[in-house]
Unconditional design. Structure first.
Length: 259
């Protein structure tokens, strides 16, 4: 089977693996205005990007933006708006990835209320092509704010799933299985603290679970470290940016982890 046919089969299989029930996460920590900095490193420990995180709150709507500026000039820029009213609910997400670090540029927008996903791509002549798709999106769609959800679940939670709309064509739905992985010590501002660790596993079941590794579409698990307390925070993320490419470790400024 040709690679292109394998790709089509894989993506069709992904769309058929999303029937697990939605799991909305209850609001435990009300999100407030915030401004923090991150540092991204390669697996070899080399600094490859500086990140800036900001969060603005208007009523029960939160808009968060995380931008990485890479030393090679690449940019990863994601803006997410969600509602925190009893439970969390995505409103919109816009994710841009461009530059030499990324094998394929991404400009992908999700409007959850209307069920619209839009991809913007440029051809070799620089002409912009817009592709939109309307679909029924699950209530637990978590594009751009999975970390926020992890601030609101107990460290001993049972494994749970949320939805994710991947930037493939007009958008393809997958499920993320999130499981607690215990605790790990880290240091910040001279203090030794404990972070709760979670594993995020993209579920590519059925035929796609067989096909994806063969054509290089199998994303690796993502690990997330979360600090509890009055001001909970995501202090570390280790995984691929956008579900493909090299593994990157992104740490909150001032946080240090042992080997």
């Amino acid at each position: 089977m040709e690679r292109s046919k394998l790709l089509v089969a894989a993506f069709l299989a992904i769309t058929l693996c999303i029937n697990a029930p939605a799991e909305r996460i209850s609001v435990k920590h009300i999100q407030r205005p915030m401004h923090r900095f991150m540092m991204a490193r390669s697996e070899g420990g080399k600094t490859i990007a500086n990140g800036e995180f900001s969060q603005v709150v208007q009523g029960d709507e939160v808009t968060m933006r995380l931008t990485y500026h890479f030393v090679d000039g690449s940019i990863d820029d994601e803006t997410t708006t969600y509602r925190q009213q009893g439970t969390f609910r995505l409103i919109r997400n816009h994710h841009i990835q461009k530059g030499p670090f990324f094998a394929k540029p991404v400009d992908f927008t999700v409007e959850a209320a209307s069920g619209t996903a839009t991809s913007s791509t440029a051809d070799k002549n620089g002409k912009i092509h817009i592709e939109s798709e309307h679909m029924d999106l699950p209530d637990d769609l978590a594009n751009g704010f999975v970390g926020t959800l992890l601030l609101n679940v107990p460290p001993n939670t049972t494994p749970f799933r949320v939805g994710m709309l991947a930037p493939v064509g007009g958008g393809r739905l997958i499920r993320l299985l999130i499981s607690p992985q215990g605790e790990q010590l880290f240091r910040t501002t001279g203090q030794a603290l404990k972070a709760n660790v979670f594993r995020i596993h993209p579920e590519l079941g059925g035929i796609v679970g067989v096909i994806a590794p063969l054509i290089g579409l199998q994303p690796k698990d993502v690990m997330v470290w979360v600090l509890e307390g009055e001001e909970p925070a995501v202090v570390r993320i280790v995984g691929q940016l956008g579900g493909y490419g090299p593994v990157v470790s992104s740490d909150l400024e001032g946080a240090s982890f042992g080997k």
